[in-house]
Design a protein around this ligand. Structure first.
Ligand code: ADP
Length: 175
């Protein structure tokens, strides 16, 4: 954890967090998959898939919201990150758009605490350092002039990723 009240870094399983909304790194079908998506669907229960079926999928860079069902989180915001294809296919803009779309949905649904996984950095192969710069930079800009969400938690699955986030947050503060 760092000392900022508004951006925090946490190491652990996002499905365990008691927040207003957790963000899911979903795929365009929204019907579940591997990685964090699989973990969220398993922890939330089958009702989540039923609600997801009504949403008609989600575009890359976009986001949709559901209830949290059996999770401690009240809502799940499902966003679809870009698959890394070398960086020349608009991946950076699409990844930034995932964070903005998710935060807009969080604000529209009165979610003041939101937790993000490291979107696209698993099977979608986005380079971790570049993805972290985009995550931290985009979230900081968004929350600077908006009241909601009040606290954004970057939930990292391992210590190395958490260290990278801590360093990126610290570098941003130094300006
Ligand atoms: P993507 O398809 O967007 O790359 P993945 O689920 O494969 O999504 O990976 C995204 C990130 O989520 C990876 O950094 C992975 O380590 C992390 N992750 C996997 N399971 C969890 C979990 N239960 N809680 C938090 N982060 C997780």
């Amino acid at each position: 954890m760092n000392d900022s009240p508004r951006i925090q870094v946490h190491t652990g399983d996002i499905t365990k967090l008691t927040v207003d909304a957790i963000v899911n790194a979903a795929n365009t079908s929204l019907l579940g998959g591997g990685g964090v998506d699989g973990a969220i669907h398993r922890a939330a229960g089958r009702e989540l898939e039923f609600e997801c079926r009504m949403l008609n999928g989600c575009k890359v860079g976009d986001a949709k919201i559901t209830k949290g069902y059996r999770l401690p989180a009240r809502h799940i915001i499902h966003t679809v990150g870009p698959v890394w294809q070398g960086g020349g296919k608009g991946e950076a803009e699409l990844l930034a758009s995932c964070y903005v779309s998710s935060l807009e949905l969080a604000a529209a649904n009165d979610c003041s605490t939101v937790a993000f996984p490291a979107i696209s950095t698993g099977v979608y192969r986005y380079p971790k350092d570049e993805a972290t710069e985009i995550a931290v930079g985009t979230v900081s800009t968004f929350i600077e002039d908006k009241t909601l969400p009040g606290v954004v938690i970057f939930c990292c699955f391992d210590e190395l990723t958490a260290e990278l986030y801590e360093q990126t947050v610290a570098a941003l503060r130094k300006g």
